[in-house]
Design a protein around this ligand. Sequence first.
Ligand SMILES: O=C(O)[C@H](O)[C@@H](O)[C@H](O)[C@H](O)COP(=O)(O)O
Length: 223
Amino acid sequence: MKLVEYPDRDLLMLALADQIAGELGDFLRREGRASFCVPGGTTPGPIFDTLSGVDLDWENVSVFLNDERWVNEESPRSNTRLLRERLLRGKALNAKLVPLYAATDVPEDALDALSEGIRPHLPISVLLLGMGADMHTASLFPGADRLEEALASDAPILLPMRAEAAGEPRITITAPHLAGAMNIHILITGAEKRAAIERAAHLPPLEAPISAVLKNATVHWAE
Ligand SMILES: O=C(O)[C@H](O)[C@@H](O)[C@H](O)[C@H](O)COP(=O)(O)O
């Protein structure tokens, strides 16, 4: 893993948004399309704000989440809602949102349809990930019910995931499909997450799921 330290969070968010915009632009110029896979949670909002103001051929960018909580968009816990409010507006209004949620009782009932929606957009051109202090990324939580399956090299694109720390049931892109992304950025802030990612680098993915994607990743950190 490569670690980049920034003097403060504002500079981190601006610099990383700029780098991501550059990478998406390169894919668009070379291939005419790009896929951008993003986390929910509380950290990435400022990056989305900046990107939504950037001139890119957004119509040819497919955007999808790393993982989603099984709640509808009315819920403040919905990651899709965060995307609509912070990324898919302004210049990025016409980016193509590929859903990771459907209005079924449980994620199992929507799994096949959602997986088929994601498949044409793999491998991911630019992957942005967050991480919890427990070393989870996406919804790959330590101790989650289907973690082992999600870490396997032949894992399906998506799996449902339940874990005590997760709250509601979730759906997540699995480790090999995250790790197969062409560009991988991990966004973390604060001393606790910095210590956690350094620890994770020496632990197996079953204990520290983030370690499954660290090999080719750049970690972006500010206090
Ligand atoms: O739906 C989610 O919760 C995310 O995709 C998750 O993997 C997130 O990135 C981490 O939990 C960090 O979250 P914070 O940025 O809120 O600390």
